[in-house]
Design a binder for this molecule. Structure first.
Ligand code: NAD
Length: 469
């Protein structure tokens, strides 16, 4: 028996196995969690398959009404869900609250969309229509940095398009999603939404399952490649939102004092565990020293602690593996650059790392070349704009990037040369459910959010009818 339940075929059930979920701020076990067996994964897919004919035939207005009801339930229980999210994920309560209510808002955004039949041609000779048809059972796989908001990229459009869903959160952050499962159990038709959990062992069989028609995956590039391989045998539809190593380029006309707080937030929110966090900061030599000093001052003033404590700006890293990886990168950076804030180990329990700023560092180091996914930022000096664009682009990733400048024409010209799915100007990491989001190069395949994000959960079907002439 565990404190939480899986949602399979409309029933709240125990897992065939259990696992512990740890609070990263205390390293204590937060809850015993159900862990699904492969048999239970198969039951969830079978439930989605048998619910599909009726659900896909349900009018889109009713499907949207259900998604709105899910949003109502999330909002009505928002405070409880936010507290739980802090305890399993680590982020400060204000951020967790934003994520919970953000999930509801993303659900509502998708209910504003429709999938109308598009008439491509209606002439004397023929009528050609484009329809958007649901695919079947969708497998949705989510990482641990934003367990709810990233699920909200998938669940509402999948359902509104007429698909059924088997969603798998990350092993270290399953609880809030399972709690949502309990709360929506009696409003969702049997089998339309299924939530299962695993210990990193069910992503592969979910991906390869013959009755799963589409996989919507968010996670690392390495695992994304496995998903692509797993889906290849049956030519499944896939959407991959993967890792990034976003560059920010600061031009020579910025005011370091007013820009540094925004740069800091772009790099360090959620303790740097954001796919579109600014992970490499290139600063023009004219403003380099001052910018480094400003960033170091903000870093030193930042309060790191338990997300439930008032005043906390940054919580712990979410799990031990990530904590150890980031510590290693910091140790490596001490030899390759100059640490001007943070860098020392935080004593006591919890996976805490103080925001760390490293200057006088360049490419060829782990911190610059890899996705650190933690609260440590390399600040790199440059003196030539063509050269800095080349350096910013010299990565296999291409998720996001940004340019910071007073002269917007110059910023735009630079932004145009950067290779990524999204380039922001004078901001970074702004997500909006109405704006399509996706990665270039090895940061992903396909798009989420916006009309494009809804269309990805459909099959385009053309009806081409001859007219009697
Ligand atoms: P991860 O790839 O280790 O795990 C992600 C999910 O995949 C988890 O639910 C995991 O259980 C599952 N999984 C593990 N093995 C699998 C397999 N063989 N087949 C299918 N699924 C499998 O990633 P993570 O460490 O949880 O998340 C961090 C990474 O996610 C970072 O690289 C980050 O940049 C990326 N990310 C990308 C986006 C985006 O939208 N592009 C958003 C958030 C995070």
């Amino acid at each position: 028996m565990s404190d939480y339940k899986l949602l399979i075929n409309g029933e709240l059930v125990d897992g065939d196995l259990t696992m512990d979920v740890v609070n990263p701020a205390t390293e204590e076990v937060l809850a015993k969690c159900p862990r699904a067996s492969e048999d239970q994964l198969n039951q969830a897919v079978a439930a989605g398959k048998s619910a599909f004919p009726a659900w896909s035939a349900t009018p889109i207005s009713e499907r949207k009404a259900l998604v709105n009801k899910i949003a109502d339930v999330i909002e009505a229980n928002g405070q409880e869900l936010a507290q739980l999210l802090v305890q399993e994920q680590g982020k400060p309560l204000a951020d967790a609250t934003g994520e919970v209510f953000g999930m509801a808002a993303f659900c509502r955004y998708f209910t504003s969309l429709d999938l109308p039949v598009k008439v491509i041609e209606d002439s004397d000779g023929r009528r050609v229509e484009a329809h958007r048809k649901p695919l079947g059972v969708v497998g949705a796989i989510v990482p641990w940095n934003f367990p709810l908001i990233l699920a909200a990229f998938k669940l509402p459009p999948a359902l509104i398009a007429g698909n059924t869903l088997v969603l798998k959160p990350a092993p270290t952050t399953p609880l809030t999603m399972l709690r949502i499962g309990e709360l929506i159990q009696d409003i969702v038709p049997k089998g339309v939404v299924n939530f299962i959990t695993d210990a990193n062992d069910l992503g592969a069989p979910l991906t390869a399952h013959p009755d799963v028609r589409k996989v919507s995956f968010t996670g690392s590039t390495a695992t994304g490649a496995k998903v692509m391989a797993g889906a290849a045998g049956l030519l499944k539809r896939i959407t991959l939102e993967l890792g990034g190593n976003d560059a920010g380029i600061v031009m020579d006309d910025v005011d370091p004092k007013t820009t540094a707080p925004q740069l800091f937030q772009s790099a360090f929110q959620n303790s740097g565990q954001v796919c579109i966090a600014m992970k490499r900061l290139y600063v023009h030599e004219n403003v380099y020293d001052e910018m480094c000093d400003e960033l170091a001052t903000i870093a030193k003033d930042t309060i790191v602690g338990d997300g439930l404590e008032q005043g906390t700006n940054l919580g712990p890293l979410q799990n031990k593996m990530q904590y150890e990886k980031v510590q290693e990168i910091i140790e490596d950076s001490k030899e390759k650059g100059t640490v001007i804030a943070g860098g020392d180990k935080v004593e006591g329990a919890g996976y805490f790392i103080r925001p760390t700023i490293v200057r006088d560092i360049a490419e060829g180091t782990r911190l610059v070349d890899e996705e650190q996914f933690g609260p440590v930022l390399p600040v790199i000096k440059f003196d030539n704009y063509d050269d800095v664009v080349r350096r910013a682009n010299s990565t296999d990733y291409g998720l996001g990037g940004s340019v910071w400048a007073k002269d917007l024409d110059k910023a735009y010209a630079l932004a145009d040369k950067m290779e990524a799915g999204t380039i922001w100007i004078n901001k970074h990491a702004e997500l909006d459910p109405g704006i399509p989001f996706g990665g270039a190069k090895q940061s992903g395949l396909g798009n989420e959010l916006g009309e494009e994000g809804l269309a990805e959960f459909t099959q385009l079907k053309i009806i081409n009818m001859a007219k009697a002439g």
